[in-house]
Structure formats: C-alpha cells, structure tokens
Ligand binder design. Structure first.
Ligand SMILES: Nc1ncnc2c1ncn2[C@@H]1O[C@H](COP(=O)(O)OP(=O)(O)OP(=O)(O)O)[C@@H](O)[C@H]1O
Length: 339
C-alpha cells in the first residue's frame, strides 16, 4: 500500500530548483526524510499538503491528487510545521481545541480529543498556561498535538527535534515512534540528522539539492558488516587488556579497522573496543585464543552493523553526509540555481 507517491516532481523558484524530478513511493510506517538544510524537505511537505503547487510532475497522498484534492488530503493528514507558529497568549488547551474545531470536530469531541492528545504528548497541568511561557520542548509537543488531534491517517512532521537538547530529542523521537505503534498512524518525519532517524524510522529517504539520493529500509542501511567488535577485560599482568589483544592480533596478521571518529556515536565505551576485520570463522577462533592466551576475559565479540552515516561517507554524496551528520550546518540554498 502506498501512502505517498511522487512522480518526477519538480519545484522551481526563480533562482533555485528546490525539487528536481523527485520520484518516491512511501508505504505505511515511520519514514524519515533526511537532507541537509535547503535540500527541499519543507518544499516537498507543502506540495504534499496541497498548499503549494508543483512546477512539474505529480504527487498523491493516501491516493488523493495533491493538485486537485488538497482539502481532502488536509482532512486526513496532520502537519507539524518547522518554525515557531504558536500564538503566545493562549493556552495549549485553547489552541488545540481551536485546531480540532477547525478540522471539523464538534465541541465536546474537540475538548475530549484535546485532553487525550495533550496527555499523550506529555503536557499535563501546564496545558492551561499561556504558550508564550513554554520551553522549546513544550512548544514542539503542542505542535505535535495539534497535528494529531483530528485522528489523521498520516502525519507530516517537519524537523520536530529542532532546537531540542539531547534528552528532549530522545523523548520526541520516542513519541514519534509511538504515533505509529500505538495508533497505527503513518509518519513522514524530516531531519538533517541521519543518526536520529536510524533509531526511529522503518524507512529512510535521503534527498540532496531536491533530488533523490537513496530510499531504503533502515535495515538495508544498517546491514551487518564483516567487522567484529571485540571487548576484553584488563588484568594485573595486562592493565590495558585492549592494547595487549591489539598487539597479539596484529602480530598474528589480523587486520584491525579504524573507527574514523564514529566510535562515540557507534558504540558505548568504544575506547575499549577493538574492531577486527573478519575473513572467516578462523578470525573468531584467533580472537578467542589470543584473549585466552593472555589470560583475559572476553566481554563481547559481535558482528557490527553499519550506521547510516557511514554508508554516506563511502557512497556518492560525501557532502550531504557531512552536512547531515554534523547537524550544525545552517547554510541555506544548497538547491541548484536555474540555468
Ligand atoms: N518561497 C520560496 N522562494 C524561493 N526559494 C525558496 C522558497 N522556499 C524555499 N526556497 C528554496 O528552496 C530550497 C529548498 O528549501 P526547503 O525549505 O524546502 O529546504 P529544507 O530541506 O526544508 O531545509 P530547511 O530544513 O533548512 O528548511 C532552498 O534553497 C530554499 O532557499
């Protein structure tokens, strides 16, 4: 079943091509749309909502044509915009009830749905206070609640983790995951951070300069590698057990792999982890025998998975990957100029 389909979709502004012949086929579940700033993510969302016309190509959301059935799409789809757009002088409850009424819910249903939805996103007593005094995390929750209040089939979330600290970001990602697992609502969530989508999404679409770079299931991105992660104990004889094993394995001709600065993101306590290139079963035996020979304990020896960011380090879009993993690149306008 297709939730979002685009066919050679382009959007040209006078000086920039924001989307360039983009063809996508997105199914149910949680899908991440990743791209550096200016890649065309918000432009795509506005076209999918029927709010902005495409220059060329076609798109359908839940089987409805974006060019002619925008109102029907917006009845069935929730939208969380990227930028701060909340009125400061009303409470979350008043605002979300208003949005529910705008979506056609009768007054009692609107109030009930509002209470349920605000509780679901983690806003309790504070929901009666004016939004102007809220933290960024609370405002993001209000924006999420108004996207969910009319019980949509699909929500489009534009950079929901923007401006959040690591704890707030994890909480928001957990909420997003539960939108699908608890309510069966499909989600398209944009981000410029590849790493956070890896944990949250079933499927990831990567765009750069308005074009499709890759669309695959998260598990395809994070396939098993031939690298073994090895962790050992220390001992009185070998106070740095990791180093002793490193020397033993190198002496036995085993190739060790560098982490390329990805250790902190990849594996907890990665300073104590050796990455070993496995050439076959014999590599496992050699590691086991070397560790035992040194009188050390083997804490773990496991095949490592790729992280999405690594895939892009080695593939065709090094610039997009760097921008996406760095997460701080705020440069606009990576869309290409018209010729
Ligand atoms: N109304 C507009 N007029 C002219 N150019 C626009 C307009 N809206 C977007 N653009 C340009 O189109 C390109 C894509 O912008 P878009 O906002 O879709 O990117 P994005 O991937 O959502 O990035 P960000 O997260 O920074 O918003 C950018 O170069 C942007 O400057």
């Amino acid at each position: 079943m297709t939730v979002i389909a685009t066919e050679s979709l382009s959007k040209r502004f006078p000086r920039v091509t924001a989307l360039d012949r983009l063809s996508l086929d997105i199914g149910p579940g949680v899908t991440g749309l990743v791209g550096s700033n200016g890649a065309g993510k918000s432009t795509l969302i506005k076209i999918l909502l029927g709010l902005s016309p495409a220059t060329e190509g076609r798109a359908a959301v839940l089987g409805l044509d974006v060019a002619t059935e925008g109102a029907a799409i917006r009845e069935r789809v929730g939208y969380m915009p990227e930028h701060d757009c909340l009125p400061p002088d009303v409470s979350a409850t008043e605002f979300v009830v208003h949005m529910a009424r705008m979506s056609g819910l009768p007054p009692t249903a609107a109030r009930e749905r509002t209470a349920d939805t605000l509780r679901h996103v983690g806003l309790y007593e504070e929901r009666y206070r004016p939004i102007g005094g809220y933290s960024t995390g609370m405002k993001q929750r209000v924006k999420l609640a108004q996207a969910l209040v009319h019980d949509p089939q699909l929500v489009l979330l534009d950079e929901p983790t923007n401006g959040l600290d690591p704890v707030g970001r994890d909480e928001m990602l957990g909420l997003i995951r539960r939108i699908h697992t608890d309510f069966g609502i499909s989600v398209l969530v944009t981000s410029h951070l590849l790493g956070e989508l890896e944990r949250t999404c079933d499927h990831v679409v990567v765009i750069d300069g308005g074009s499709l770079l890759r669309s695959s299931s998260t598990s395809d991105f994070t396939q098993i590698t031939t690298t073994l992660a090895v962790e050992v104990t220390d001992s009185d004889d070998h106070p740095d057990g990791t180093d002793a094993v490193r020397r033993a394995l190198t002496g036995a001709g085993v190739k060790l792999v560098g982490l390329d600065g990805l250790d902190a993101a990849g594996l907890p306590g990665a300073g104590h982890i050796l990455l070993v290139e496995a050439t076959g079963e014999e590599t496992y035996d050699l590691v086991r025998d070397s560790v035992a020979g040194l009188g050390l304990g083997l804490i773990r020896m496991e095949q490592r998975r790729h992280h999405i960011a690594e895939v892009f380090r080695t593939e065709e879009a090094p610039q997009a990957a760097v921008a996406a993993t760095a997460g701080a690149g705020e440069q606009k306008g990576s869309g290409r100029d018209e010729h």
